[in-house]
Design a protein around this ligand. Structure first.
Ligand code: MN
Length: 138
């Protein structure tokens, strides 16, 4: 089964770039451009990883991360935050908001797929396809 990656990014050029970088791998790419859409798609599709642009319109990225974590409370989907403004203390704030990794823009075409692949490897096996007879405790 293909791994699902949700990309949350409001800038069409960055969205295209991330898609291009990840297209060579056999992932299913899901897209959202704002927080409402992101939460809706995340809850419905239960992606394996979320790539989250921290600069989104209307809501701060940290708030988006919190809302995603809240909506996905029991699924522990890792979030990779991507941000252009990396100021002192930002990384700590981003991790504190519930993100699992942090990448700074401009998006690095090698670092992003490596981070995604590394996170997918670290997941407990088979969690994406539980059957009715299996119970998972995290
Ligand atoms: Mn943005």
């Amino acid at each position: 089964m293909k791994e699902k990656i949700l990309i949350v990014e409001d800038n069409p050029l960055n969205m295209r770039l991330i898609e291009m970088i990840l297209r060579t791998k056999s992932y299913t790419l899901l897209k959202a451009t704002n927080v409402e859409e992101a939460v809706e798609v995340a809850v419905r599709e239960q992606p394996d990883i979320i790539i989250l642009d921290i600069q989104l319109p209307d809501v701060s990225g940290l708030e988006v991360a919190r809302r995603l974590k809240e909506a996905l409370a029991f699924s522990h989907i890792p979030i990779i935050a991507v941000t252009a403004y990396a100021m002192k203390g930002d990384k700590e704030r981003i991790i504190e908001a519930g993100c699992d990794a942090y990448l700074s823009k401009p998006i690095n075409t090698r670092e992003l797929p490596r981070t995604v692949a590394g996170m997918l490897l670290r997941r407990p096996k088979n969690r994406a396809e539980p059957t009715s007879t299996q119970i998972y405790y995290d």
